[in-house]
Design a protein around this ligand. Structure first.
Ligand SMILES: [Zn+2]
Length: 327
């Protein structure tokens, strides 16, 4: 193992510079303006795989963003681990809320700040550099390793399932290691065995056929913005329960064992609140903060728009109002 650690220590700076190069690529999958950037990130990873000497390195085009695969399978009798990760990122806006530029990685207090640093470029890169360390020191890999890195995770992976179905042999494995998760604490590595999933919706309320003057029409015509707020306010009841009929039908209840395990995790609620400048935490009655954030469903408004957003006042009764909502 010494040889590996020596290689890692000796190359720390190089690893970091390469990661920063990847972090500088604004591979925002949801933005059509960044399509070339997303491809650039895929090419960068392809080159990484080639340079560390993996086999069957391929950048597969899809109807959306590319999928990169590579492997090192040396022994038939060894188990095969497929490492999954993604190289696309969420939009960085509003950029003015960033303390440092989102696509210029900055180290503060030993941490790297950049869009995608911890989701999921950093984690994916850790696996690549781990395999590189084996390859470059001539250390035999204890398992066969395959990689699949996609560029559409942040938009719901529309091309991943068709790709998997069409490449069963290429991806065949004994286990999948998903790097797209977090460590519980700085000194507490963790294995994530389940996630809550995501459903994303957009709703629009339409009223009159054009924007109206609220001084002339207000009070006589239903205001879509008022109505939207009313709808949103009814999505949850006062106890943090989501009031959409049938919402909890398929939610698996937590077992006693799971609840005990969750309660055992070291968690400082005071520090959690302090970090967010909050006096109180809030959520579904009967569950603690951990259960609420990991095992119980949530529902949040992610965006709201209607009416006049500019400086000062405009007496508008908007024709439309909209919201983005996810669970
Ligand atoms: Zn992710």
């Amino acid at each position: 193992m010494n040889k590996l650690q020596e290689y890692i220590d000796a190359n720390e700076k190089k690893f970091r510079e390469e990661l920063f190069e990847l972090l500088r690529i604004p591979s925002i999958s949801t933005s059509s303006q960044n399509k070339d950037d997303v491809k650039e990130a895929a090419k960068f990873l392809t080159k990484q795989f080639e340079s560390i000497g993996l086999d069957r390195v391929t950048m597969h085009e899809t109807p959306g963003h590319p999928i990169v695969t590579a492997e090192k399978c040396q022994h038939d009798d060894q188990p095969t681990v497929l490492v999954y990760g993604h190289y696309d990122v969420q939009p960085s806006d509003p950029d003015m809320l960033w303390n440092t530029p989102p696509f210029e990685p900055t180290v503060k207090n030993g941490r790297v700040y950049a869009r995608g640093a911890s989701d999921d470029k950093g984690q994916s890169f850790t696996h690549i550099k781990a395999i590189e360390s084996y390859m470059k020191t001539g250390t035999e890999l204890p398992v066969n390793v395959k990689f699949i890195l996609e560029g559409e995770e942040e938009i719901g992976s529309p091309n991943l399932i068709p790709f998997i179905k069409a490449h069963k042999d290429l991806l065949s494995c004994d286990m999948v290691l998903i790097s797209d998760t977090a460590m519980f604490g700085e000194d507490q590595p963790s294995i994530t065995y389940g996630l809550r999933g995501l459903a994303y919706m957009e709703l629009e309320v339409t009223g009159p056929n054009r924007d109206l003057h609220s001084g002339v029409y207000g009070g006589a015509v239903e205001n879509p913005a008022n109505l939207l707020c009313e709808i949103v306010s009814k999505l949850k009841n006062g106890n943090g329960k989501i009031s959409i009929p049938g919402f909890y039908d398929d939610v698996e209840p937590l077992t006693e064992e799971q609840r005990e395990a969750i309660h055992e995790l070291p968690f400082d609620e005071e520090a959690f609140k302090k970090n967010l400048d909050l006096n109180e935490v809030d959520g579904e009655e009967g569950y603690n903060t951990h259960e609420r954030t990991t095992a119980r469903p949530s529902l949040d408004v992610n965006g709201l728009w209607s009416g006049y957003q500019g400086e000062g006042a405009k007496t508008v009764l908007p024709a439309k109002a909209g919201a983005k909502v996810s669970k």
